[in-house]
Structures are given as C-alpha cells and as structure tokens.
Design a protein around this ligand. Structure first.
Ligand SMILES: Cc1ncc(COP(=O)(O)O)c(C=O)c1O
Length: 435
C-alpha cells in the first residue's frame, strides 16, 4: 500500500493552513482541538471556516464534500434552514436554559410518535450523558448493578462504560480511567447469543448494545440475534438497552429498532435527533422509565432539555417525518452506489479494501478485502485506513478519519459522482498505480 510521502507533491494550501493553525492552537488548546480523534486527521486536521448543505470550506477557501457530518448528527446537512429558523425563533424568546417550556412536551410527543420503544423521554445534552442515565434507570428499576456490554460497541466516554472498545483489550480504552468504575460490567462478543445465554442471569440489571454495530464497522446483527436477546432479557427480568445514538433518526425515523422489528426496554438517542445541536434522550415505555418518570430517581443537568436544542430537534424530527419517503430511500441508493463503486474499483486495482454499510453509514477498511463482523477487526490496517482517508481529503472529500462516511439529505448526485472520482484517484494512489 502506498502511503504519501510529504516530499512527493507540493503541499496544497489547505494543508499548509491546517498545519499553521495547528501550531498556533497547540499552544493553548489541548491537542489543538476539542476531541482527540479530530486532531488525528491526515494529512493535517482540517480547519473549517464555514459549511452549507453537504459542503464545507476550510480557512484557505478550499471546498470539501463532507461525509463526517459532525461525527454523524448532520442528517439534514450543514445549516438546514428549517432547523436554523426554529433555533433563531427560540433565541428571540431569550435564553431560557434550565426552565420548563412547551418544547419539551412537543419533543416527547414526536419521539413517542416515531420510535417504537418510546412512550416517555428524558433529555440530556450528549450521548455519553444519556447512556449514564439509561444505566441508572435500569439499575433503579431492577435493584441490581451488573451490566453486559459488547466488545467493539462504543457507548460514550465515561469510565463506567468506556471499556473493551478495541480488539484485544477488555479493559479501559484510555489512560486515566478508574477500572473500578466498570467493575460491574461483563464484556461479551456482539452477535454471539450462546455466549450471552451462558452468562445472563437475574443478577444483571441491563444488557446494552448498539443494535447495528456502526462504530465497529457498520454491521447488521446476525439473523435472529436481537430477537434472541429480547427473549432472553425478558425471561431474566433484565433491561434491554439499545444505544441508538448514531442509528436513531439516521437509519429511519424509527431508528434501527423499527428496521429490525425488535423493541428494547430503553433506547438512547442523540446525534441526528438534534441536527447538529447538543441534545440526547433516553426513551422507553412508561413502565421501563418509571424510576425517572415518577421522580423517584434523580435526573439532573443544567442544560437538559435546553430550549435551543429542543427547538432544533423538534424541527429536525418534523422535517424527517415529512420527507421520510424521499430522504431515506435516496441516502440508501447513494450509499449503495458508493459502496459498489468503492468495492469494484479496489478489486480491479488489487487493493485489499473492504466496505460495509448500514443505510447511510458506510465503513471502509484497508488491509482486508472482506469483513463480516466485529471479529474481523484485528486484521484491519488502521494506519493504512487513516492514510486512505487522507488521500480522499486531498481529493476534496472529508470522511471520519477511521474510514467512516455518513450521508445526509443534502448530498446531491453530483456530490456522489465527484466522490466516486475521488475514490478512484485515492485507490489508484494507494495501490501504487499513480503518484
Ligand atoms: C453509539 C454511541 N453511543 C454513545 C456515544 C456518545 O455520544 P456523545 O459523543 O454525544 O457523548 C457515541 C458517540 O459517538 C456513539 O457512537
């Protein structure tokens, strides 16, 4: 695999601008940015000046087609007019943070209308926070503490759950975590029902999982897996939590659960529900939500349900409902088109590359020509995947640096055609067929 040497080409202006900004930011901002993965983008972390629809422009004026989409939330693209209008109207009414307002009930009603598991919702600001809330609700409801989580699933960055994220390590994912915080978590393999059956008993409060493993590589669950999980958890009185922080309002207005036809006790949603504004929720039946719905269990947070994010979310979900038959089939068709182009071009070039896709989320891995599940992850060449994403950036296409691409309602057929050309160029380079 070819990996670009800085000396083989003149550095584009956006890379120079990015390096200059990074040198400045590193002096006063930790790792030069606000989240470690953002600082790892190759060939240099892009510095964005403005964005619109499916496009963003960096500080040098270069335009990129964006498939990172704010790490997923921008399902309606950058700056969707309906959402921005709703936010402006909310701001005109004053910053009413930490107040009770009508928008909360409006949003609760929309979630109950769209998400099969939802009757009652509780709001927070980020996916990580809502995951903690869901775990607390499950423990409060059952009076038990033990949790099952699966290798390769990601549920946010808090010590209680950020374990077993990478192959070969069932412990904390990073430095500084308190291993004791996750002592009540049992780690198992996603997709293996027999393993869960052998372990699960009535000492467990919850099983939490990404029903569709988008973080690990965009994998659909094996046939019958979620149905089996549903039966098993019900039998043992264990709360089943679907982490739909990515898949909620991305795989359809009913999330992964509507797609697969399995309804959990609690769902955690975030990202796309806010169209780019910080909001998340735990949603479940009145019975599953009882500890928090009754007020028995404390649910706190200054920014929970803040009117600006709620207004954005209401506008976003309304638009997704109104345009459901147009938006989701188009993203599916565009995703399928990209997927087959990438796979076919890599095959013709003899480049070991695999593609997996769940609707509008598409994962590229280098170093392996076929992936079928999380068990394949140890064989992936992560450095080559990041370098390939760097090649795509040089060709005008921004992805998440670990090879993940999201589509939005605003990607046009022209964007897809330009992206296919960029992919062809990046594959030619990576396979050593061009300089
Ligand atoms: C499945 C899943 N759950 C939870 C989270 C945490 O969400 P946040 O980054 O908003 O805290 C993420 C973030 O990427 C996620 O992908």
């Amino acid at each position: 695999m070819n990996i670009r040497n800085e000396l083989t080409m003149a550095e584009p202006a956006f890379v120079t601008a990015a390096r200059e900004h990074r040198a400045r930011a590193l002096k006063t901002v930790a790792f030069g940015c606000s989240s470690t993965p953002r600082g790892r983008q190759l060939p240099a972390p892009l510095v964005v000046a403005r964005a619109e629809g499916a496009h963003l422009w960096d500080i040098s004026g270069a335009r990129f087609i964006d498939y990172a989409l704010g790490y997923g939330p921008l399902i309606l693209g950058h700056s969707p007019q309906g959402v921005i209008g709703a936010v402006k109207s909310s701001l005109d009414l004053g910053l009413r943070t930490a107040t009770i307002h009508q928008g909360e009930a409006e949003l609760g009603e929309l979630i109950a209308q769209t998400l099969p598991s939802a009757e009652v919702s509780a709001f927070a600001s980020s996916g990580s926070e809502a995951i903690q809330l869901a775990l607390r609700i499950a423990r409060a409801a059952t009076g038990r503490t033990r949790i099952v989580k699966f290798r390769g699933n990601y549920h946010g960055w808090f010590d209680s759950i950020q374990i077993a994220g990478m192959p070969g390590n069932d412990g904390p994912d990073t430095l500084g975590q308190d291993p004791a915080a996750a002592a009540s978590v049992t780690v198992l393999d996603w997709g293996d029902l027999d393993q869960l059956r052998a372990v699960l008993d009535d000492t467990f409060a919850a099983v939490i999982l990404e029903p569709v493993a988008i973080n690990g590589g965009c994998f659909m669950p094996p046939a019958g897996y979620l149905e089996g999980l549903r039966d098993l958890t019900r039998e043992k009185g264990v709360v089943l939590i679907f982490d739909e922080v990515i898949s909620g309002y991305r795989l359809g207005t009913g999330g992964a659960q509507a797609l697969v036809g399995v309804t959990p006790d609690l769902s955690v949603i975030g990202k796309a529900m806010g169209a780019g504004f910080p909001i998340s929720a735990v949603a479940g039946s009145r019975a599953a939500m009882e500890p928090v719905a009754s007020g028995r269990m404390l649910h706190r947070g200054t920014f929970n349900g803040n009117p600006v994010s709620v207004a954005a979310s209401v506008a976003c979900i309304r638009e997704l409902i109104a345009r459901e038959d147009e938006i989701f089939p188009r993203m599916e068709a565009q995703g399928a088109d990209l997927e087959s182009h990438i796979r076919e071009t890599a095959r013709e070039a003899g480049l070991p590359l695999s593609v997996a896709r769940t609707g509008s989320a598409l994962q590229i891995f280098l170093g392996i020509d076929q992936v079928s599940g999380l068990g394949d992850l140890p064989r992936i060449d992560r450095a080559a995947t990041a370098a390939f994403c760097g090649e795509l950036l040089l060709a005008g296409v921004q992805t998440i640096a670990r090879g993940l691409l999201y589509l939005s309602a605003t990607h046009s057929d022209e964007d897809i055609a330009l992206t296919k050309a960029a992919v062809t160029r990046a594959i030619a380079f990576a396979s050593g067929r061009s300089a």
